[in-house]
Design a protein around this ligand. Structure first.
Ligand code: PA5
Length: 418
């Protein structure tokens, strides 16, 4: 079960201030739990059963079984909210899945696309294109490259290998009907970054062999907790309120720090969620991440000793489920104090040491889970989404739009002659 704690040894936000703020703002929690009429068209994620219930799971699992039976490679094609959640889970839980998962539609880099084409070579592959509005340049352009490969290899049989996740009745849906491509609904009432527990995130996860029923179960469990706990005990509300108080106190950067490199794409999901939801109208905490222990040898210096702008959120995995012992080989290399120690134990020691050192200076949250599994990801997704909405409302911004990403597109589309 996900546990969330907070340490503020330096007393940046006195407990009494936190308590009063949480009391004063509790209508925001009521507002989110009550279903926020003004954002009703963006709340399809609030109940995981709306777009991830057992009927949806059964359909996705059946289609995924077909893909798993016929593909060496599954190409997940999407960007931002359209691929981040699935990529986070697949990277962490199924890095060596069969079929192998490749990513496309998240870059405009010719080098990467050339490499992908070489990887696909003579492999049997399926493509899942995920696009809510099907105007985004990266997935739209990559889809052309991929489907031309498919049609070259399979002729009319290519259509069955193309699965599009798009808005019902959109241009993409029409193309599916015209060309016989498979179609999954991108929920009209969910924006990309809130779409983990819907066909958007669940189908590619299922194609990679993830237990999506467990993931939805984790999200459900978290929903139950966040809907039943009172404001002062509610971890998502505590997190949202505290990060707003920290922001007001000048702590404008949040660092999500983790000691399991396989969480790197989870951190990217988290960054997108908070950056696009909160960073608007000249406001918002800048979300960033650090992969320890490697980054202790780079940004670690700044975190411990640099400008006081950063607070940190550690992700603790108590049992990483792996073991690698350091052999005692009799060579006096001055690492003999590690003879026979397990990296799992050394990494845990590093976690505790870093947490202790940083928490002495900085406000620190801890997201702690016993293991990394599908259930845990369901909890994490739901917790972060719920907390992000609370936090955005406390900040006074709309959690569901992203007007800032339009500016560069005008220049880009004009440069490309759109
Ligand atoms: O969270 C969001 O809404 C965005 O990050 C989108 O997911 C992203 O821009 C991709 O959009 P689309 O699926 O329309 O290509």
């Amino acid at each position: 079960m996900l546990r969330v704690s907070y340490t503020d040894a330096a007393g940046i936000i006195p407990d009494s201030v936190r308590t009063q703020y949480m009391e004063r703002q509790r209508r925001v929690l009521d507002q989110v739990r009550g279903g926020m009429a003004e954002y009703a068209d963006s709340l399809g994620w609030l109940d995981p059963d709306t777009w991830g219930g057992s009927t949806v799971q059964a359909e996705l699992t059946e289609l995924a079984a077909e893909v798993r039976g016929g593909a060496d490679v599954f190409v997940l094609t999407g960007v931002g909210g359209s691929n981040n959640a699935a990529r986070a889970v697949i990277t962490a839980l199924a890095p060596d899945s069969v079929p192998a998962v490749c990513y496309a539609g998240n870059t405009l880099c010719a080098y990467e696309l050339e490499r992908l084409q070489k990887t696909l070579g003579s492999a049997s592959f399926y493509v899942n294109v995920i696009a809510k509005n099907f105007e985004t340049l990266e997935p739209g352009s990559a889809f052309r490259v991929l489907r031309s490969l498919l049609y070259k290899a399979y002729g009319s049989g290519a259509a069955a290998r193309i699965i599009c996740t798009g808005t019902p009745e959109s241009q993409l849906h029409r193309l599916c009907l015209e060309h016989g491509w498979r179609f999954l609904p991108f929920p009209p009432d969910i924006g990309g970054r809130y779409s983990a527990v819907s066909p958007v995130g669940l189908f590619p996860m299922a194609a990679a062999g993830i237990d999506i029923a467990q993931l939805v179960q984790g999200a459900r469990g978290m929903r139950r907790r966040l809907f039943s706990l009172d404001a002062q005990e509610n971890p998502a509300y505590q997190y949202a309120c505290t990060r707003n108080l920290l922001y007001q106190a000048g702590y404008a950067i949040e660092l999500l720090s983790f000691f399991e490199p396989r969480l790197c794409n989870f951190s990217r999901w988290w960054i997108q969620l908070f950056a696009e939801s909160e960073g608007k109208q000249g406001r918002g905490v800048f979300p960033s991440s650090a992969q320890y222990s490697e980054d202790l040898h780079s940004v670690g210096q700044f975190v411990q000793d640099g400008s006081r702008l950063i607070y940190e959120t550690f992700v603790e995995v108590r049992n990483g489920g792996a073991s690698c012992r350091i052999p005692a080989d009799g060579v006096d290399d001055r690492f003999n104090y590690l003879d026979g120690r397990d990296f799992a134990d050394i990494n845990a020691c590093a976690f505790d040491a870093v947490y202790q050192a940083h928490a002495r200076i900085l406000p620190c949250f801890k997201f702690s889970v016993d293991t990394l599994d599908a259930y845990t990801f369901g909890e994490l997704f739901y917790f972060c989404e719920f907390a992000c909405v609370l936090s955005s409302l406390l900040l006074g911004v709309n959690p569901f739009d992203q007007p800032g990403v339009e500016a560069y597109k005008q220049y880009l589309f004009s440069a490309l002659g759109k």
